[in-house]
Design a protein around this ligand. Sequence first.
Ligand SMILES: CC(C)(COP(=O)(O)OP(=O)(O)OC[C@H]1O[C@@H](n2cnc3c(N)ncnc32)[C@H](O)[C@@H]1OP(=O)(O)O)[C@@H](O)C(=O)NCCC(=O)NCCS
Length: 260
Amino acid sequence: MNRNGSDLQPGEIHLYFVDLRNYRCEYPVTILSPDERERARRYHSTNASLQYIHARCLLREVLSLYLDHNPGDIIFEYSTKGKPHIRGESLDGVQFNISHSGDAVAIVVSRGRRVGIDVEKIRDDIPDLELAKRFFSYAEAAAISRVHGLKRAEFFLKIWTRKEALLKATGEGIGGLGNSINLINQCSISHNGILWQVHDFAVPSEYTSAFVVEGGECFIKKREVSFLGGLKVFYSVGRDFINNLSHDSSKHTRILHSPQ
Ligand SMILES: CC(C)(COP(=O)(O)OP(=O)(O)OC[C@H]1O[C@@H](n2cnc3c(N)ncnc32)[C@H](O)[C@@H]1OP(=O)(O)O)[C@@H](O)C(=O)NCCC(=O)NCCS
C-alpha cells in the first residue's frame, strides 16, 4: 500500500469504510502485538476472533499511511476508559478511532483533533423504543416513537451512532452522555465546554454510521479514492462546514466501490 495518506493536513478528516469480506491484509498476522493476539484468542467464536484480527491488521495498515512506522511497529496505548491512541503521537499528531459491526469496519483519522466514529448494521430486532426511553433525551425518544417499522430501527440507530461517536471522540465511553444531549440531527454541539461536529458518514444502506470531530468551523468535501476493496472517502475540514450540516452529506460525497 502506498503512503498516500501522508498529506493529511491539520483540520482534514479521512474516513474509511471497509467490508472485511473484501479485505486481505498484505502483512502476516505477526504484525499484531502480543496483547492483540491474546485478545483474539479470548473470543468465543472463530468468526469473531478473525474479524478482530482483520480489523486490527486493517487499522495498522491504515495508520501506517500517516506515520513513519511499518504496520507492525505501531504501538497502541489505552486510556483508563479504553480509548486507544498511538504511542509517541502528541495531541497535535495523528488521532484515530475505529468501530466495527457485522463485517464492516469504519475508521476515522485526523491530525490534531480528537475524533470518534460508530457504525451499526441496521437490523429489526432492536428494542428501540425501550432503549430510547432509557438512554435518549425526551425529544429524541418522542421523535423515534413517531416512526414505525424498519424506519424506526434505522432512525434509532442513526441517533445511537451519533451519540456513540461523540462518546468515543471524548473518550468517555458509554456511560458519559446522560440523556440531555439532543442528536436528532447532525449538528455542532458544545459538550463539557468543548465544541464538537457531529456528522453522518454515508455508508452502504445496510449500515448506518456517524463520526464526531473536535473543534470549530469546518467544511465537507474534497476528494474520493477507492481503497482496499472497500471504500475510502476524504473530507477536508475548513470554514463552511456548519452551513453544510443541514444538508444531506451524500450530496457532497461520492463513494466509489473498487472493482471486485
Ligand atoms: C467504547 C464503546 C462505546 C464501544 O462501543 P461498541 O459499539 O461496542 O464498539 P465499537 O465497535 O463501536 O468500538 C470499539 C472500538 O472502540 C475503541 N474504544 C474502546 N473504548 C473506547 C473509549 N472509551 N473511547 C473511544 N474509543 C474506544 C476501541 O478501539 C474498540 O476497538 P477494538 O475492539 O478493536 O479495541 C464501549 O465499549 C464503552 O463504552 N466502553 C467504555 C467502558 C468504560 O467506560 N469503562 C469504564 C472503565 S472505568
